[in-house]
Design a protein around this ligand. Sequence first.
Ligand code: PXL
Length: 281
Amino acid sequence: MQKKVLAIHDISCLGRCSLTAAIPIISVSGAEVVPLPTAVLSTHTGGFSAFTFRDLTEDMCPIVNHWKKLGIHFDVIYTGYLGSVEQVAIVKEIIRDFSSSDTLVVVDPVMADSGEYYSLITPDFAVGMRELCEMADIIMPNMTEAAFLLGEEYKEHYNAQEIEEMLKKLATLGPKKIVLSGVSSDDFFRIGAAAYDVSSGIVSYALSEKIDGFYHGTGDTFASALIAALTRNKEIEEATRVAVEYTLACIRRTHAEGTDTRYGVDIENEIPTLMRLLGMI
Ligand code: PXL
């Protein structure tokens, strides 16, 4: 049976992040992506000014109530960027209502990067995101989000021991697996992600070359590729490697094209790479 992935995220019309990344990337796996938009923006909030922002908090419950009547079942519930703190309570209810024993709940606590909250995000989001992480099977924060979830100061550099300590502290929130992205440290000279399987205690790293520059939306590219791999039944270590390699390929192509990185990375022309990484071609 074709899998259904509920993706709860905003639509930033320009910028290839959140739903405009999740829908095409997860679809590559053959799963159907059902979007629940949290807000509609003209662009994402990173590096643009005067963007429009329509909060869809009021629309979310009527939308899911309709789905409830239709008896829809989701194989994966993937939550990302929320348009208001009030949406945390709505998303918690959606997770309770729509998850059954075979539903994978994946929470990306989208709120910050490079030591700073995104433009519309306030520190009370960290409290709400922590509550969502407590309901998740898998969480996938970046280093800044991990620090903020734990109520810690973000540092520029972490060594391998500090990364592993951070993974163990995140595990106390309750998820079964943690994928920490943007992992780079003086010990590695590379960048990528660390995956921690709490039940086996295994920490694995997927690291790649570092390419100069800051590329918007790559957290969502990474998360979506990881979900694509999970829906193809890849184990967390392999899924993390797929996500790192696909994200690197998109960044490398965008770097070579020299386009304005605020518009996101070229996810489209690397779709064949993702298909290969997923073992589909
Ligand atoms: O990629 C994360 C993200 C998602 N959605 C919106 C954003 C950002 C990051 O800036 O602004 C609207």
